[in-house]
Write a protein that binds this ligand. Structure first.
Ligand code: MV4
Length: 450
């Protein structure tokens, strides 16, 4: 096992990882940018090293600064959190070549899943269904047209190096496809430095279902069930829950077994998430795989009682998974609301600045993941996630009632946050009945306008 772990991240996830390290008896090193010198993750870690200026490219994305910080503190592993370098295969390689364990899968697996075309083809061969689509990048707009006509409209163009929605275009006709192909290429080049585009059959109003897995270096793979992440705005998830109201125990087992087989097949080791689309007929299709710990991991922890960050660290340290699939049981329901410093009344524009006063809800079955404190100033340089509120209950409706209560207690003054908006969503009658899909929020916001 490691003795000292450097956390190459900031905010709530840095704190989450530091806590997991402490609970495993490991020492911790925080890194921070010049604008984060008053951040809580520095206080919770045993040591802290400044790694550069406020801009992410000068600090949390600066590989040589982070490696230097690990070397001067004699850290034996680096946890990347999510975002920043978490899915950077080159960074994982640099860590390994410096004799520092990267807490995540192999660089090879990260690279494989980062290439969305190869990921699709690999997972298809490993037994997961994929949407009809091109097996390689499109060579030209003629190539795009011929594929689209083969699979039939509507189609969706996606960036080979993409993921998470950037560079995507939905097309219903030849004319639209030709122009979308050009703009998607340009957008992908700017966003990812790679203009390659591929095409898939577009599914209307699917649910976003993802399966949490954990694997060790010895071929053992387990799943922790699914999360329903269909409540998203502009590809940013806002509310996630486990289990999905659309999935029963039999489907969970079928999906879980199928995903575990595929993961074993590609020799993956670490925690990870397989994202699937579920169509209105209940068919599932592989979409992409995330090779990091995700923002919404706590809902799976709450219904299984398992600490996923601990599992991730244990796996990286070469330990065997401490549990077998049969030992994993799903109890009750959990839901997470993301509290972003954004104004929902004003097109979700960021609302950074000083928090003069804050109060966090508590009580049984209420969990808060946050790096906020009274007097903290939210910097404008990073993502706007300031807290996650997670509640659980024996049933979904109990978890939702607790969430409504928790959100009513939550205070951030004078910061505008998504808490009020989340509260409206969880009290919507369709949401309450579990009747939602990835287009839900758009419809919900139009409804609100009236
Ligand atoms: C799709 C899809 C429908 N059909 N793929 C991919 C990244 C993820 N964040 C959203 N993605 C989607 N991929 C196929 N074959 C629907 C989505 C999707 C979406 C697409 C366009 C506009 C908004 C969307 C919201 C959620 C999901």
């Amino acid at each position: 096992m490691f003795s000292k772990v450097l956390i190459a991240n900031r905010g709530e996830i840095a704190i989450r990882v530091i806590r997991a390290c402490k609970d495993l008896g490991l020492r911790t090193v925080a890194v921070y940018s010049e604008s984060d010198k008053n951040s809580l993750h520095l206080e919770f870690a045993d040591e802290a090293v400044c790694i550069g200026k406020a801009a992410s490219s000068d600090s949390y994305l600066n590989i040589s600064s982070i490696i230097s910080a690990a070397e001067i503190t004699d850290s034996d592993a680096i946890h990347p959190g999510y975002g920043f370098l978490a899915e950077n295969a080159y960074f994982a390689e640099v860590c390994e070549s410096c004799g520092i364990k990267f807490i995540g899968p192999s660089a090879e697996c990260i690279r494989l899943m980062g290439d969305k075309v190869t990921a699709r083809e690999t997972m298809r061969k490993a037994g997961l269904p994929v949407t009809p689509g091109s097996k390689s990048a499109l060579k030209s707009k003629e190539d795009a047209l011929s594929f689209a006509n083969k699979i039939g409209y509507p189609v969706i163009l996606k960036a080979r190096a993409g993921g998470g929605g950037k560079g995507m275009r939905v097309c219903h006709s030849d004319v639209r496809l030709v122009s979308a192909f050009m703009t998607a290429q340009a957008e992908a080049e700017i966003a990812f430095g790679n203009s390659e585009i591929y095409v898939e059959k577009f599914l209307e109003k699917p649910r976003h279902i993802e399966i949490q897995i954990a694997a060790d270096n010895y071929g053992n793979v387990i799943h922790l069930g699914e999360r329903d992440c269909s409540i998203q705005r502009r590809h940013q998830k806002l509310i996630e829950e486990a289990p999905s109201p659309a999935i029963d125990a039999k489907t969970r087992k079928k999906l879980g077994d199928m995903v575990c087989r595929a993961i074993k097949n590609i020799h993956y080791s670490s925690v990870g998430t397989v994202e699937l689309l579920m169509d209105s007929r209940g068919n599932f299709y592989f979409m992409e795989m995330n090779t990091r710990i995700q923002v919404e991991h706590p809902v799976s922890e709450e219904i299984t009682g398992i600490d996923l960050v601990q599992l991730q660290i244990l796996s990286a340290a070469g330990e065997k998974l401490p549990l077998k699939q049969e030992e994993i049981t799903f109890k009750g329901a959990a839901i997470e609301c993301r509290i972003n410093a954004e104004d929902p009344e004003n097109n979700f524009i960021p609302s950074p600045g000083r928090i003069d006063f804050c109060y966090f809800p508590g009580g049984k079955d209420v969990r808060i993941e946050t790096h906020m404190y009274c007097g903290y100033t939210i910097p404008p340089f990073y993502d706007s996630l300031i807290a996650k509120v997670i509640t659980k209950g024996d049933t979904r409706s109990q978890a939702l009632r607790k969430m409504d209560r928790a959100l009513s207690e939550l205070l951030f003054e004078p910061t505008k946050t998504t808490a009020s908006f989340c509260r409206k969503v969880i009290n919507d009658s369709d949401f309450r009945r579990g009747l939602y899909h990835t287009g839900f929020l758009e419809k919900f916001m139009n409804k609100e306008e009236e």
